[in-house]
Design a protein around this ligand. Sequence first.
Ligand SMILES: *Cc1c(COP(=O)(O)O)cnc(C)c1O
Length: 357
Amino acid sequence: MDFKVLPLPVEKMKDKIKDETQLGFGKLFTDRMLMVEWKDGQGWCDARIQPYGPFSMDPACAVLHYAQEIFEGLKAYKWADGRIALFRPGMNARRFNQSAERMCMPAVPEELFLEGIKQLVSLERDWIPTAPETSLYIRPTMIAVDPVLGVKPSDHYYFYVILSPVGAYYAAGFNPINILVEDHYVRAVPGGTGEAKTGGNYASSLMAAQVAKKKGFDQVLWLDGRERRYIEEVGAMNMFFAYGKRIVTAPLTGSILSGVTRDSVLKLAPSLGYTVEERQIDVNELMTDIRNGRVTEAFGSGTAAVITPVGKLCYKDECLQLTGGRVGEITQDLYDTLTGIQTGRIADSFGWVSFIE
Ligand SMILES: *Cc1c(COP(=O)(O)O)cnc(C)c1O
């Protein structure tokens, strides 16, 4: 598949990264972006790699009013030998199309998705940082651009990909975070859009996150939308709890996101000597198990921060510390192994890594 590469005028070229340790997350973008359009009756057309920058949209655009939008998140790593690696990008391509289907948007052929990303990242390879904990974050996005206020699926879409050199997702880096179990607001309900990576899920989560932040928490942990009783997930991470060497996570029941990192933990953990279990986790039982010391560690999994240790979990009036507020052994082991595979320090026996020419 060929993408037209539009010229990059010198005045559109940005200053290169000055200090890779100060990148933060998603604040800086590279020089170019991928843009493809879909029109009813015509399909995908006009695939091009163009200078990064604002594009014009009609103020009546469907995405701006009714949030017909989906996105993905994956990373490219520059290995010590100079090769550029992607981690399980096919999973993102498939999930993108599952989200598209739920939001009545056209599927992006996997080859278009993957080749587009590979050609864009290849052109932008000089933007991939190499300091520890850094990578190039890739954000594929699709938006509905019909300039019509009637509520209906659009006849015209933009699929675009932007790239951001990133450091640690949390300012504190790989350190335990504090989590509040949200018992009032809910993120998703059975039959809703919780399983899709779609913007509206995040808009509706902002209020709870803001209230929690004011109380000193880093994230909220969502409970199921029907009974507010079963553990679902955190804003952009799936959750795991270690009962000794047994690692437990909530099942994919339709209202939580099917994380690539979650799936990788479930496949990787047995090879490190842990057993894994997907089952419903009652928050009251979880609190009891933490109190009794049966739950020894908790961590989140997601592309942005890979593995995030949890130091404290609060529900209603009770706050419980996990692993003495330190990083647990299993959490550290999974973090080291997963990031090791992603960056080429550890051999990939799962076939998860693919390279960009
Ligand atoms: C993206 C995301 C995750 C993590 O998925 P990964 O594929 O592991 O990055 C978890 N929960 C939500 C709500 C997400 O949006």
